[in-house]
Design a protein around this ligand. Sequence first.
Ligand SMILES: Cc1cc2nc3c(=O)[nH]c(=O)nc-3n(C[C@H](O)[C@H](O)[C@H](O)COP(=O)(O)O)c2cc1C
Length: 401
Amino acid sequence: MSIRGKNVLVGVCGSIAAYKSAFIIRLLIKEGAEVRVIMTANAQDFITPLTLATLSKNECNTAFTNATKTDWNNHVELGLWADVFLIAPLSAGTLAKLANGICDNLLVATYLSARCPVYFAPSMDEDMWKHGSTVANIEKLISYGNKIISVNEGELASGLIGPGRMAEPEEIISILKKELGEEGTLLKNKKVVITAGPTYEAIDPVRFVGNHSTGKMGICLAELAAKRGADVVLILGPTLLKPIIGSIKVINVVSAEQMYEAFQQHTAQLDIAIFSAAVADYKPENPATQKIKKKTNDFQIQLVKTIDIAAEFGKIKKPNQLSVGFALETENETDNASKKVTNKNLEFVVLNSLNDKGAGFRHPTNKITIVDKQNKITNFELKTKESVAEDILDYLESYIK
Ligand SMILES: Cc1cc2nc3c(=O)[nH]c(=O)nc-3n(C[C@H](O)[C@H](O)[C@H](O)COP(=O)(O)O)c2cc1C
């Protein structure tokens, strides 16, 4: 896959991440792309046009007209020249202008004129990122068919730690390569349904049987699948986390039964099912309708099996549908995973073991082993859950091939 020879227009806004645009441009040139740059006036407070002109090997476009006002930068020509328009970093201010067509600078005018795919990589502080107006503007851009390169979590320029960091230049280039490449990603336009998070099984109106899952792994998978062009439905158990890519359809559920019902709505049309949720195996047989009072010394709850969503799907799966399961084991890990593959008619199981330090619940990292239908066992290093999602989807794509 290559972006060699493609015309890439890079828009740069006034954000602290503007310095990363220099690396993006350098990587694009290295890949053999033809690069032209548009900077907002505020972007020039963060990085100079001279730097970006030198790196892009083209004059930098900073305003509608040049200093003598005898010549003008043709936004329509720039928009039509581009095979792809990447706005990185995208500031909250320019985001609001793009979403509302406020055409008071060259970057916005070119955006409105462009016929090519537009990718935007936002960068802002956590609270700006989470603000309702930012969320609404991002959704608007996505609804216009523009594609978001979602922000990362981490240390922000303000010193806060949270979501808002612009994706790293290497990530941005890798997404563009996948999207613009001749083959494209194999997940493009595939309908992917992902279950994630825990389920809560009611004992009474205030108590439940649950587990420590946060849903982070499944959310990472959903975001990456969406970045790779899939049409993603995320069925999410109770958790405070949520995906930041607006194109992901999120269905919030609480119990295993609700998760099953939500999944059933999509079984006929899905191409790929990924069962990453930590669904309760058992639920109270007769949940109390009122809060149970503390009376007796002993108290028993009769539990009954919940429905096994992956196994049920395995019984009715069509030949063109793929399914991937997750297993968290504490003993005989690979044997148990292998049995799961067979019993649930899965393509492969992603296994994580509580015996591995840094893996499993409430860790930002995970260490997985993939056990597939042919009983091939592939071990991976301890990595962030974002990187683990890359490994899983790469494996899935090689399986599709
Ligand atoms: C040091 C500094 C860092 C900033 N970083 C960001 C940022 O990361 N994201 C953002 O949306 N705005 C940031 N701003 C505010 C924008 O620069 C400001 O909203 C500006 O009007 C954006 O202009 P533009 O969108 O036309 O480039 C920052 C401002 C300063 C002074």
